[in-house]
Design a protein around this ligand. Sequence first.
Ligand SMILES: [Zn+2]
Length: 250
Amino acid sequence: MPRYLDDAQRQELQDRRSSWRWRSEWPTWAVIVAVYAGWFGVTVNARTLGFAPTVALLAVLSCWYMSLQHELIHEHPTRWPLVNMLFGLAPLAVWFPYEVYRDSHLRHHDDAHLTEPGRDPETYYVAPEQWANAGAVLRAALAARNTFAGRMLIGPWFSIAASWREAAQAVAGQRWRIVAGWAAHLVALAALAHWLEIRCGIPWRRSCSAWDTHRSRWRQCARFRSIARRSARANARSSTRPHGPGDCCF
Ligand SMILES: [Zn+2]
């Protein structure tokens, strides 16, 4: 049942409903094309782009993909949830299965309990007993999370930790629908990681291997520099040393 601020807003929205933009939802379709074309366009050209630009672009596109998943959860761009879900199943943002994000986010939209700790999974408040039981480190982290920088830097880790805790609880509670969602997500993620490594040259251990490669190359260069310096010093000594009776020159 739609709720409106006033009659003027009701009328405005009714007028918009007749527009082609509203009925076709073409902006959402355009976002779907842009996100998928961008994400796969970057990955298949990763060798040309280089590691750092690839990571930066994929970070932006993965965030945009989660924004798209949010639209899909709210019944866009079609009226059929199953069709919308098809556009959000790919594990492009890695951390959450689509179904887990959907169930959690729809709990967040239970307006009667919005922001209530224990009811709203996206609240930034904590219950008094949770705060009382938290140690100094967790309290500091919770306080930092409620700043702008904290939401950017440590907020995602709270979300990831919460979703993994729920996954563990689902296994313990034998809630097989959620467990199956996680299993399907992990299988798809493994397939995607394999494809990224074979087709795009992006190993999932890329940061470690890049560091190792960089370190070994740096050591190799350092060895060459050391040999070159020793050779240059030897040449300098031989060219400045006065020739004695035992020296041979060719
Ligand atoms: Zn929402």
